[in-house]
Design a protein around this ligand. Structure first.
Ligand SMILES: Cc1ncc(COP(=O)(O)O)c(C=O)c1O
Length: 558
């Protein structure tokens, strides 16, 4: 008996017979291909992909990448095509155990990229730490911070009672509800009692999933407070990544002693790849300083964020990207970064903390403790989790990523892909289920709008079915919505708050041409035109697990 995937396979097969129409480009790409890899699978292998995907429990993370003939848009992280300059530098990697050549060159590059004061002038102070990737930095940062908080309060003999509803009375209804939901989630995840529940909150414009999970894992509340324009889905607002300054002030008035840190993710990945304006960065920094709370960046896409500032913020039109980056980083005490994004490399991460900062005043033992943690888990601070050759590739990547022509091409390509999708999916009233304005590194399909008018319940998880069918069609996207960020509690599904319900197409750097991305848009149109046929999903394993989207297995419901 044919199943629903066979219907979509016949549609994808018809699509694959289309001859690409000429397009009207007048700007060449700012690079030429120096090496390419021919694929050893075909777009027409629909039946094979259907079978493999079934064996993988329809979980797109488990699908073998070498069997994807189209675009693999699962992530823009670690998927960069490195330049020949980077490969050439990697051959010069110095594989010494400690203090290799790359370490000293990276030190200079960090000053060039982020500003002089990111490396301590005191040779005896180690204030920058190399890790193998972003989440290793997050794990280290929050592990050490929570230990220090505990120590400080034990020394001062202060016991901080866990946050309960009685303590939330001075907050707005929205914040009260959001904090309560976070507390419930933490108590469940950590399997602890209310008596031992979280006593601290770290507010952020919007956390990436692993960053939020690492905060939670240390019994601290990761509180998302995106700006109003983002919560209202204002498609004309260019800086939807901003933090909500009003909410931030309310929180600080409520309990600044319970807020060890404030966070800005630049750009805001979980919230649509949206940038944070310089004005918002500066205002956040001013508020943080007033209350003497340290401010950090999750800086994965710092160069893309700077491009948006130059493009859309008054007074920055004629500034150089490198100067905008310096100005952004003047406002924070520290940052962590996964270099797998704007480091233009396939592996790497770092934590940097200014030695003269509110952070160091508040947590003077932090650097010492972090050094211990790094040696225990990654390696000596002079190489961290990376080989000497990785450092060389990264140094070169940091030189390239701030080049105007690179960033113009990178972000305009994302925009062209987004506009193509809007053109193909728009309805009678010109509305399309695409998050706008288009962000820097990815397109976000808005699932609530995609399935509007069909008989769809949250618990059908049709976005999972959509990504599975699209993979049979030859392209890989990922669900970042009700399944990834929601939770099963007492047999009931709790959606994320604020509600997030996307499928994301993240674009690897320097890897694809417009023709490739437009073919994804055409395949998505097939699914959109037949969306009432996209089936509901049965979760066969892992619905109750933490970070469940990485591990679960699914079947199409018939
Ligand atoms: C904003 C943000 N923070 C942190 C991370 C985690 O970095 P990594 O994948 O290197 O662990 C990611 C990864 O995509 C991210 O987008």
């Amino acid at each position: 008996m044919p199943d629903i995937s066979d219907f979509f396979i016949s549609k994808f097969r018809n699509l694959s017979m289309n001859i690409p129409a000429p397009s009207s480009y007048y700007q060449p790409r700012p690079y030429r291909n120096a090496a390419v890899r021919l694929r050893n699978c075909s777009l027409l292998d629909f039946e094979e992909r259907k079978e493999i995907l079934k064996q993988a429990g329809l979980n797109v993370f488990m699908f073998p990448a070498h069997k994807i003939p189209g675009c693999d848009l699962l992530s823009d992280s670690g998927t960069t095509t490195m330049t020949m300059e980077q490969w050439a530098q990697m051959l010069l990697g110095d594989e010494a155990y400690g203090s290799n050549e790359g370490y000293f060159e990276l030190k200079d590059q960090i000053k060039d990229t982020f500003g002089e004061n990111w490396i301590s002038n005191d040779e005896n102070i180690q204030n920058w730490f190399i890790f193998h990737q972003g989440r290793a930095c997050e794990y280290a940062l929050f592990t050490v911070l929570s230990r220090i908080l505990k120590m400080q309060f034990e020394t001062k003999k202060i016991s901080f009672e866990p946050i309960t509803d009685n303590l939330l009375t001075n907050l707005s209804v929205k914040l009260k509800q959001r904090i309560s939901k976070n507390i419930e989630k933490i108590l469940d995840t950590l399997e602890i009692s209310k008596k031992n529940g979280p006593a601290f909150v770290i507010p952020c414009n919007t956390y990436f999933d692993t960053t939020g999970a690492n905060v939670e894992h240390r019994n601290i509340i990761p509180l998302n407070i995106p700006c109003k324009e983002h919560e209202d889905d204002d498609v004309s607002y260019n800086f939807r990544g901003n933090i909500n300054l009003e909410d931030l002030k309310i929180l600080l008035e409520w309990g600044k002693e319970r807020i060890p840190l404030i966070y800005l993710t630049i750009t805001n990945n979980a919230g649509g790849g949206q940038p944070v304006s310089m004005k918002n960065i500066k205002e956040t920094s001013k508020i943080a300083k007033t209350y003497k709370i340290p401010l950090f960046f999750d800086a994965c896409r710092f160069a893309e964020n700077a491009w948006f500032i130059k493009q859309y913020e008054n007074g920055y039109e004629s500034k150089k990207i490198e100067d905008i980056v310096h100005e952004m980083f003047e406002n924070v005490d520290g940052f962590h970064i996964s270099f797998k994004k704007d480091g233009l490399v396939n592996i790497g991460g770092a934590i940097l903390i200014k030695d003269e900062s509110i952070f160091m005043e508040k947590y003077p033992k932090f650097l010492e403790k972090l050094t211990d943690h790094q040696i225990l888990t990654e390696g000596h601070p002079t190489y961290g989790g990376l080989a000497g050759r990785d450092l060389k590739g990264l140094i070169q990547g940091l030189k390239i990523v701030i080049r105007q022509e690179y960033l113009d091409h990178r972000i305009n390509q994302t925009k062209r892909f987004g506009w193509k999708l809007i053109e193909l999916l728009k309805g009678k009233k010109n509305e399309a289920p695409v998050l706008q304005p288009i962000g820097g590194h990815a397109i976000y399909l808005k699932m609530d709008d995609f399935f509007i008018g069909t008989d769809t319940k949250d618990t059908d998880f049709k976005s999972i079915a959509l990504t599975a069918l699209l993979l049979i069609g030859g392209h890989r996207l990922v669900e970042l919505g009700l399944y990834s960020f929601g939770k099963l509690k007492n047999g009931k599904e709790i959606p994320p708050d604020p509600r997030v319900n996307y499928v994301r197409a993240a674009i690897p750097r320097l890897a694809y041409e417009d023709q490739d991305l437009f073919s994804v848009a055409e395949a998505i149109k097939v699914l959109y035109d037949n969306r009432e046929k996209i089936p509901a999903i049965k979760v066969t394993y892992g619905q109750d697990l933490m970070l469940r989207h990485f591990k679960s297995r699914f079947e199409f419901k018939s």
